[in-house]
Design a protein around this ligand. Structure first.
Ligand code: BG6
Length: 509
């Protein structure tokens, strides 16, 4: 096993080097719900070094003491491990610090620098810094500029210490703004210092797809156009926009899920085997998939894409409002809460294999799954009257993570009657415990300087290059039937038509 390159990246014995972790937007939701609980859990797993400190920075007035108390409450609520372990928390809390002030005022960055210098002296963080931008993209420019102004960004070629920056999606809202955002970051940081988070890449089950494809001999020979009829990728959510109406009105399902999470799943499913499990080899192969995606041009948009928006409906026996009734949503909003598309990857492996994707809010249930539908056997020898179903390999990302293979079996009895049956692997049953959250893995990887599971700038641009013409065509041809699906259903009828036209159907989930 030791010489298997996959093992290197999946090794769990990886402790972060000495460093300070600075969170911009420390009073926000992401910090309370995800970042601090993730760092605390890294600490429980002993993956943080003794020479470590966190500095929260936000406009909200607060003292370090209050910050520690608030984070304790939030971690107790949101940590995957409960209850919070007192001894670990006491040590972790002593490493939390807070700086308040506006990001526009450079004197606050001088305060930040003093705090970081103090951590270097007292905690031994050695001038190594990770900056996490948990703030709206409109603020990135001023933060990056002020960090550089006060000398808080080290030279990428100086290997005695490091400065790295983590940015959250959205990485712009189209190709032009995405490129502008990159230019802003590149004013102070080199590409190798920029870590673009797509939390789907941090999910254990997404990484397991790499292990499944490239750590086994039996599946890879089948993973191509000779054996696969089509692929389906579903990212379904049962929740609505959860008070994020203002954000969602600017985003919609395509920008919120497809441009990033869903295309990441597609890349991992469709990529060629990289030469090594190493950042550039993996990302080179991933981006090739996006470059091979057949563009959906203006005239084909109506045929190959479907948009939807939910109306009031029922969820788990309760009435739920429609999208237009959500707070901060326009009463005549044309923003899509559902999208489905038929994609084609024009390369040797995938030519002629349609990839149907769909993503939406307020669907029947929360499920993210990739299913590989194999071709039918060439001749129904055994059951001439009842057609034989296609075998299906389903990779369940969440919830109930696992892998199912559906294949045909003989029903016991005197006749040769066949029926599809399932063979099932469940993560939870096999490995037990709660798997690390995406933010644990990704924050740790950034501290370790490993960008394999982060989006590179060319990936982000290629994703925008694919999605932008579709968004533009939609803008020119606004939907006339919104809202067109009831909350709690599987989306608009036209989403089923997209497959039925090809004599296929969405897998029942
Ligand atoms: C976020 C989107 O990036 O991903 C949300 O902004 C969405 O709208 C979330 O709900 C889904 O993440 P997960 O991990 O719950 O699938």
């Amino acid at each position: 096993m030791a010489d298997n390159p996959l093992r290197v990246g999946l090794d769990t014995e990886r402790t972060a080097p000495p460093c300070a972790f600075v969170i911009f937007g420390a009073s926000g939701d992401l910090t309370r719900r995800k970042l601090i609980p993730a760092l605390y859990n890294l600490s429980v797993s002993r993956l943080l070094p003794a020479q470590f400190g966190v500095v929260g920075f936000a406009i909200t007035e607060s003292t370090t003491e209050q910050f520690r108390e608030n984070m304790h409450k939030d971690t107790s609520q949101f940590s995957r491990r409960k209850p919070v372990e007192d001894a670990v928390w006491r040590d972790f809390a002593s490493r939390l610090h807070y700086v308040s002030g506006s990001f526009e005022d450079v004197s606050n960055f001088v305060k930040l620098k003093d705090q970081l210098d103090e951590l270097d002296r007292s905690a031994g963080t050695r001038g190594n810094r990770v900056y996490y931008l948990a703030i709206p993209p409109s603020m990135f420019g001023v933060v990056v500029e002020n960090l550089a102004k006060v000398g808080l960004v080290s030279d990428p070629n100086d290997h005695t210490h490091f400065s790295r920056i983590i940015v959250e999606k959205p990485f712009g809202r189209d190709l032009v703004s995405g490129t502008a955002l990159n230019a802003t970051l590149h004013k102070a940081f080199a590409e190798q210092q920029i870590f673009r988070i797509d939390h789907y890449l941090g999910k254990e089950t997404v990484q397991n797809m790499l292990a499944f494809r490239f750590g086994n001999e039996i599946f890879e020979p089948l993973w191509n156009r000779n054996h696969i009829d089509h692929v389906q990728i579903t990212v379904a959510e049962d929740i609505g926009v959860e008070g994020r109406g203002r954000f969602y009105e600017e985003a919609g399902a395509t920008r919120d899920i497809v441009q990033n999470h869903l295309l990441q799943l597609l890349m991992v499913m469709a990529m060629e085997p990289p030469a090594a499990f190493e950042a550039d080899s993996v990302r080179d192969e991933k981006v090739k998939v996006l470059r091979a995606l057949r563009p959906i041009l203006y005239d084909d948009v109506a045929r190959l894409t479907v948009r939807g928006q939910y109306s009031p409906g029922n969820f788990q026996g309760k009435g739920v409002p429609g999208y237009r009734e959500e707070p901060n949503v326009a009463p005549n909003s044309l923003v899509e809460t559902f999208v489905a598309m038929k994609l084609e990857v024009d390369n040797w492996r995938w030519a002629g294999v349609p990839i149907y994707i769909r993503a939406g809010k307020r669907l029947t249930k929360r499920v993210t799954e990739i299913s590989i539908h194999f071709k039918r056997v060439p001749h129904s020898l055994l059951s001439p009257r009842s057609p034989i179903d296609r075998d299906v390999l389903a990779l369940r990302i969440q919830p109930d993570d696992g892998i199912t293979i559906r294949f045909m079996a003989k029903v016991p009895g005197p006749a040769m009657q066949l029926r599809p049956v399932n063979m099932d692997f469940r993560y939870g049953t096999t490995f037990g415990g709660s798997a690390p959250e995406a933010y644990e893995r990704l924050n740790l990887d950034c501290m370790l300087g490993d960008p394999t599971l982060f989006a590179r700038s060319d990936e982000v641009s290629a994703a925008w290059r694919f999605v932008t013409p579709i968004l533009e065509a939609w803008r020119e041809d606004p939907p006339t039937d919104f809202p067109n699906y009831a909350a709690g259903t599987w989306g608009p009828a036209s989403a089923s038509d997209l497959l039925e036209r090809d004599r296929r159907h969405w897998r029942r989930l």
